[in-house]
Every structure is written in C-alpha cells, then in structure tokens.
Design a protein around this ligand. Sequence first.
Ligand code: HEC
Ligand code: HEC
Length: 347
Amino acid sequence: MNIRRTAVISVWAALVTTASWAAEPIPTVNLVGRPVPQLDSLPEGPYRALVLQGHELSTRTFAVIGPEVKDLRKRYAGNNLACTSCHQAEASKPFAIPWVGVTATFPQYRGREDQISTVEERINGCMERSMNGKPLPLDAPEMKAFTTYIAFLSRGVPVGAQIEGAAVLPSVVPNRRADPDAGSIVYAAKCAACHGADGMGQRTGQRGDAQGYTFPPLWGPDSFNNGAGMNRLLTITRFIRQNMPLGASHTAAVLNDDEAYDVAAFALSKPRPVKANLEADFPARWNKPIDAAFPPYMLGASADQYRYGPFPPLAEKQREMADRRKAEMAAIRARSSAEPASAAKDK
Ligand code: HEC
Ligand code: HEC
C-alpha cells in the first residue's frame, strides 16, 4: 500500500461525514507484472499521432520544450531533464512514479495546494518544480499531448482505482539523522560513474544544442528546484533505494536502507535552483509532509530535522496533530447536530 494514496484516503476518511458511499468496493490494480499498453498497437490516425507527440514530449522534453530549443516561445522547461529522467521506462515502471493509472486517480485532493487538482495541474506542478520551469497553458497543444499520453498509459485502469506500484515504494528509513558524509562515499562508489563526480551528469551533445543528458544531473543549476517532490529526503531516498543505480528495481534493489538514505542526503545537501514563495505550499499546514524542508517548520522541529531527519519522531508528532484535529472536527459536528436551530440561524 502506498503512503501517499493512503494519506489521501485518510484525508477523505477525516472529511467524509456520511459513510454511505465509503462502503463501495474500491477496485485495486497492481502494476507489477501488468502489461503496459504498447504504442505499436495504435492504428494510424490523429489519436495515435497525439499519443506519439506526448511520448516524445515526455522522453525528449529538453528537445521540445527545454531551455535550449530554438523557438523562444516553447522554452517552458527551465532545465534539460526529461520527464522520464524520473518517471522511468517511459513513465511505466512500478515504484518509479509511473503514470499508468494517473488518469483514473485524478482529479484528487492534493495537500500541497489544499484543493482538488486535475491531471493538468499536476503536470504543471512538475513543470514548475521538477523541470524548474513555467506552467504550460491549459490550452497548449503540449498539454493536450501530455494528458493524452498519460490517458493512453492508463487504459484499462478503472476510475477511482487504488493502484499498487504507484509513486515510490515506502521503504524503511533509519531512525537517525541522515549522514551526508557517509553518503558521499556511497556516491563516489556507486553513482559518480554516471552522474559525474561533480553531480552535473553527462550531456548527450554540447551545451546549447537541446539534446539533454545521457545521465542527468543530480544537483546544480540544471537540476530540479528545491520545491520539487524529489527534493524531499523521504521521496528521493525511496526512489533511489528501488531504482538506482540504473537497472535496480523494487525486486532487485542494489543499495540497502542506510546507503540509500545517506546518498540521498548527500545529493540534497548540494545547491540547486530555488523556487520562490514556497511558504505558500501546504496551506492547510496540518498535512505538510515531514520532509518538506522549507518554512514554516511545524511540530516544533528544526529546519535541520525537516531536511535530514530523524523522521519517525516527526511522523509521530504529525499523527498526534492529525488525531487532535479529527477530534476537534468530530466535536464541531456533534455540536452542530445537537443545535440545529442555532446552526440554521447562523446562515
Ligand atoms: C526530478 C524528477 C521528476 C521529473 C523530471 C518529473 N517529475 Fe513528475 N513527479 C516527480 C515526483 C517525485 C512525483 C510525485 C511523487 C509523490 O507525490 O510522492 C511526480 C509526480 C508526477 C505526476 C503524478 C503521478 C501520480 O502517481 O499521481 C505526474 C502526472 C507527473 N509527475 C508528470 C510529470 C511530467 C509531465 C513531467 C515532465 C514535464 C515530470 N513529471 C517530470 C518527479 C519528477
Ligand atoms: C549506470 C548509470 C547510472 C548509475 C550508476 C546511477 N544512475 Fe541515477 N540515473 C541514471 C539514468 C540514465 C537516469 C535517468 C532515468 C532513466 O533513464 O531510467 C538516472 C536518474 C536518477 C535520478 C532522477 C533524475 C535526476 O536527475 O534527479 C536520481 C535521483 C538518481 N539517478 C540518483 C542516483 C544515485 C543516488 C545513484 C547511486 C546510488 C545513481 N543514480 C546511479 C543512470 C545512473
């Protein structure tokens, strides 16, 4: 069961007052071993053309909407990554944040915005953060191509399904502060050969030619910014634990829990682009993730603990805060049903 989806469900559980529809069975789809829809299977025509355009945008983002493309109006992304630098295997790999099923799970509640977000808004979340760029206009042909490719990948997943294999696998995180120095040793041994000793990755061609990277950068000016999901230590630890070095998977992990945690902390200890106005994220505050390392710092914890842990004590404090909130909401509901006359008068 994946943590984020569980969190979404518990938010609902907290908000829903009538349980009438909660009893409906939620279909579950397991992505592990499930065949991925094949581009080749699509007959010629405008639908196939748009899916292929979305595929190209996702795998060669740098060449289509990157900061080095010739047409200045198309420079939406601020770095030379591809969406598939993180959403591996053309966004189909379980526990590497696959897009399979995304069309069936959006619109969904998102704590970062404290509102219901559409797929388009979620894409723009990655545009502004993972890609350190600008949002795509909702009516841009590129937006249509992205959502069509995502919908194609989501074929056969019933609307509202619970998806096993989504996001990253919530592996165990050691109950201690992460150690970037220990991580630098792991990095030199197991990552630097591809991502570079300086973390800047390896270009496919030359700077300025919009050909992106053979091995993407992990920090520095051409990486994701500090508002990205990948900049949260628990998320990147779990991504790396199951998916790196290249070739690893959740059934064939290479690093252990300590190595993944420390090497992730090493990468996040390095400089990267800064996103303005991060204080506005997670406006409800009570559901701000415990590894979102920017102010305001909730739960009486320090900036350092939000960045490097230890996380289990923070998780415990957050649970207590959520329980208190649930109790307060229940009390308010009980009061308002006990005093229907005064509730009506207030309107
Ligand atoms: C630097 C890594 C990175 C890059 C590059 C990136 N993303 Fe993401 N993306 C993430 C992470 C991390 C998440 C969220 C995981 C979580 O919520 O725990 C995510 C989530 C998503 C989701 C929602 C997935 C779900 O299961 O709900 C979509 C859709 C998405 N990204 C689209 C894109 C698109 C389109 C691009 C390229 C324009 C892109 N991403 C580039 C890291 C990245
Ligand atoms: C054999 C080459 C190789 C090695 C070794 C390797 N990576 Fe990667 N890494 C890649 C490639 C290629 C991608 C892009 C995703 C893909 O193509 O599947 C990637 C993507 C990533 C990403 C997400 C994209 C980004 O730019 O932020 C992170 C984080 C990452 N690697 C971390 C690591 C860490 C940490 C290690 C060492 C434990 C490591 N990698 C070892 C090749 C490698």
